[in-house]
Design a protein around this ligand. Structure first.
Ligand SMILES: N[C@@H](CC(=O)c1ccccc1NC=O)C(=O)O
Length: 292
């Protein structure tokens, strides 16, 4: 291989950095983990699936609660899945619900259409629409607030939501967003433009910057002064992901946002989020102490 330092394909392929499995096997294992543990979550929790917030196939959310612990006023934990905006789904994202639900939260997994069916413009718009829908849900349930969580491309989408202005309608109250947990995210999309990731997305360099949260630090910071923004990255995430997470955290902290930074030892891009399935995992515990 030529100079790996310049090989963006390699640096933006998290599967090639896992210390547990081969690239293909780590992705297969990730999908199997999510499918199996989402099945278990659907067994042990009360679930309402396929709630439509828009007209197309994937503009749907699933809601998980534990009837014994969920009360009026409970916080909402809204999750955006990863998969480089072109893979995975909300339907297999319930794996993280059990410990959060048992602690009293309402877990919402957010679906959206994928590239190439949907453009990045459309995906961001759909997630915004989903959030407006969740604001209404939060008001109905007198929820104490919404915490946005995203993994990988989902962390990018969650970060984009931190700067979104919603319409001046009582139901669209972005103060309901109390914080975010951004896990192994990507915040500057420009390096992706020349890689395989961009094949279905077809972003120009200008588009990539227009959809980069790192281009909107002032806006995110202005809207997030009373939010808590947690950024987490895996020890075995690609160095580019580690760099982007570190830079994003520092930029937001420098602008007065209350941030927390977690560098999770002995994890890779995939099990850093899978482990939310465990009640005693660092990132599961963080949310308990700062949010509930
Ligand atoms: N082709 C990518 C796959 C990938 O990046 C990915 C897979 C599952 C969940 C999140 C991912 N990354 C960003 O959204 C890789 O080689 O790792």
């Amino acid at each position: 291989m030529a100079d790996k330092g310049l090989d963006l394909e390699y640096h933006y392929s998290p599967s090639r950095w896992s210390h547990r499995y081969s690239p293909d096997d780590v992705i297969d294992a990730h999908i199997k983990f999510m499918e199996d543990h989402t099945k278990t979550a659907k067994w042990c929790l009360e679930v309402e699936t396929d709630i439509c917030y828009g007209k197309t196939q994937n503009q749907k959310i699933d809601v998980y609660i534990d009837k014994k612990t969920n009360k009026k006023g409970s916080p909402i934990f809204a999750y955006l899945h990863g998969g480089y905006w072109q893979a995975l789904s909300r339907e297999d994202s319930g794996f993280l619900a059990p410990p959060l639900a048992q602690a009293g939260a309402t877990i919402v997994t957010i679906g959206h259409d994928l590239a190439p069916t949907a453009s990045m413009d459309e995906i961001v718009l759909q997630v915004k629409r989903a959030l407006a829908f969740i604001f209404k849900l939060a008001k109905e349930r007198q929820s104490s607030g919404i915490y946005l969580c995203g993994h990988s491309a989902g962390a990018h989408l969650a970060a984009m939501m931190l700067m979104s202005e919603f319409e001046e309608d009582d139901a669209f109250d972005c103060e309901l967003i109390k914080g975010a947990v951004l896990i192994s995210g990507i915040y500057d999309l420009r390096p992706l433009v020349t890689t395989y990731v961009n094949e279905p997305l077809k972003l120009t360099r200008e588009d990539a910057w227009r959809f980069s949260p790192s281009n909107f630090i002032n806006e995110i910071a202005r809207m997030s002064q009373s939010r808590e923004v947690i950024l987490a990255v895996a020890e075995y995430d690609p160095p580019e992901y580690r760099r982007q997470t570190g830079e994003m955290e520092k930029s937001l902290r420098d602008k007065g946002v209350k941030t927390k930074y977690y560098d999770i030892p002995d994890t890779d891009h995939f099990n850093i989020v899978e482990k939310l399935h465990n009640a005693n995992y660092t990132l599961t515990q963080v949310k308990y102490s700062s949010y509930y």
